[in-house]
Design a protein around this ligand. Sequence first.
Ligand code: CO
Length: 169
Amino acid sequence: MKHLSKLAGLFLLAFLVSCGGKEEKKEKDGFQYDRTKKTESSTSSDSNDIVLVSDDLMKFNKAEIKVKAGKKVKLTLKHIGKLDKKIMGHNFVLLAEGVDLVDFATEAATARDNEYIPENSSDVIAHTKLIGGGETDVIEFDAPAPGVYEFICSFPGHYGLMQGKFIVE
Ligand code: CO
């Protein structure tokens, strides 16, 4: 009898171990899934010629833009979706150093008559116009001083997904 319960104990142990193993695999799969969801993270260019693509899924194709200091930046914003700018409008807004992203986006959301750019704001280094599906806007501006800046789409509710780092080096 004593021997039998020992066997049952071993069996239970083996069962627990196999369950634990299953859980571990699940976690690993989840991690791999997240990695494939990551957007293109970095773009480096000598010519400071940047193409930023947005879509109907409220996303930019870049989370990081790198440019060289002391040169002009030419930035092309494309919207490859189909939705109207009133529903899925996108812009590129480059924020000055030290500007709080959430504070700015909250203020910008109230500036509907000015395409969600607060008027006379010193918080903005450069911005495109607001575009909808199938549209493109091109802007040129002087690269700011070397440093790390933030860019967003200031359409209400978009900055959570549509933001990234603008690195001047
Ligand atoms: Co947007």
